[in-house]
Write a new protein. Structure first.
Ligand code: NAD
Ligand code: WQD
Length: 342
């Protein structure tokens, strides 16, 4: 069976993808510096799948350390999650974002070239689009990132497209995620943000469990049906399965051209939709208060999922109800996340 190196595999999306890959028989290895995760997530993956996944502590900013992982594991393909992902932090620390997301990816590509491994799935983001000219967003939309995080992802995409054009032996998949949320139904793995969550669903989860006192609704005067922000929430398990299908496409498919697809539900949910659903599935009151808009937030942002359906025969199967149910299941079972001394 194919050997797949998963960088950032101990993280939120990586750990959920490990479960799906492992259950399909891939031989796996994780590279992670655990700067935003813990090996406990890999222990939890092993509990779910019954298979331990070897890993090495490695910072992708060190090309030599990445090369050592390749010498040990000799992957047939790489799924590259390792990176930093906060828009706000990227505006405060742009160099960190270019070092990790761009230089880290360049290091990985240099090592892959030297090792003759030319199959790569890259974690991109809808943030590469910036302010949309029209909704839903298709893959042909203009790429106009507006923050260092989005620029870093766009730069990595360009490097990969240029590489694949220069050497047609490369098979690459650029997956542009919208708003991943939720958790594996077992409640053994989930989103475990460091400190105060920036994102809506983990924040609501922590209010529901009493860790936080109230949800601040960041503006209710947008031009949307109920005035609150609309986003494309995608269940993290659907997203993980999307990675398996994209990997199969580049390893077994006949199409040599780079795969560039949005991974989203294709539908928009407002903040109020999410809050109302979460209250219902959790049975918790979840106090909330409207405050001023967050700078940079856009009114409405969701994907067209038509191309992923056409190219990969992949669609989301879980909606906002399952997202809230599974997020609450994870939060209520793990109020301190992985740090809860499992
Ligand atoms: P995460 O922080 O949970 O996972 C990232 C993993 O990478 C962590 O385990 C972290 O320890 C590791 N890492 C960070 N810097 C590293 C370095 N220098 N060397 C080695 N490992 C390093 O984040 P996630 O939500 O799982 O996101 C995974 C990928 O998906 C990221 O590239 C992110 O930009 C992208 N993405 C995430 C979202 C989202 O909303 N979660 C949306 C779009 C794209
Ligand atoms: C969703 C909605 C907020 C928190 C971000 C990144 C993006 C990607 C996904 C990496 C918005 C509202 C939020 C809160 C609120 N990450 N909100 N109260 O901003 O769409 O996307 O995460 O690639 O790059 O930008 O997600 O969850 O922060 O916000 O009312 O406490 O919830 O205004 O409408 P966002 P989010």
């Amino acid at each position: 069976m194919k050997r797949v190196l998963v960088t950032g595999g101990a993280g939120y999306i990586g750990s959920h993808t490990l479960v799906e890959l492992s259950e399909r028989g891939y031989e796996l290895f994780v590279l992670d510096d655990f700067s935003n995760s813990t090996p406990r997530s890999l222990d939890a993956v092993a509990k779910i799948t019954g298979k331990k996944i070897p890993y090495k502590v490695c910072d992708i900013r060190s090309e030599a350390d990445v090369a050592a992982v390749f010498r040990d594991f000799r992957p047939d393909a790489v799924i590259h999650f390792a990176g930093v992902k906060s828009v706000g932090e990227s505006c405060r620390e742009p160099v960190k974002y270019y070092e990790i997301n761009v230089q880290g990816t360049l290091n990985l590509l240099s090592v892959m070239q030297a090792a003759g491994c030319r199959n790569l799935i890259f974690s991109s983001s809808a943030t590469v689009y910036g302010a949309p000219s029209e909704i839903p967003l298709t893959e042909n939309a203009a790429l106009r990132p507006v923050n260092p995080y989005g620029h870093s992802k766009r730069m990595c995409e360009q490097v990969l497209l240029d590489l694949a054009a220069a050497d047609t032996r490369w098979r690459v998949g650029l997956l542009r995620y919208f708003n991943p949320a939720g958790a594996h139904a077992s409640g053994l793995i989930g989103e475990d943000p460091n400190g105060e969550p920036h994102n809506l669903v983990p924040y609501i989860s922590q209010v529901a469990s009493g860790l936080r006192t109230e949800l601040k609704i960041l503006g209710d005067d947008y031009e949307t049906p109920d005035g609150t922000g609309v986003r494309d929430y995608i269940h993290v398990v659907d997203l993980a399965i999307g990675h398996v299908v994209a990997l199969q496409h580049i390893l077994e498919g006949t199409e040599a051209a780079p795969l560039v697809v949005n991974l989203g539900s294709g539908a928009g949910c407002s903040v109020m939709d999410v809050l109302t659903t979460f209250r219902r599935v959790s049975g918790q009151p979840i106090p909330a208060r409207v405050v001023e808009r967050r700078p940079g937030d856009l009114p409405s942002y969701y994907s067209s999922s038509a191309l992923a359906a056409e190219k990969l025969n992949w669609r989301t199967e879980r909606g906002i109800e399952e997202i809230c149910r599974d997020a609450w299941n994870w939060q209520s079972k793990n109020p301190q996340g992985y740090g809860g001394g499992q």
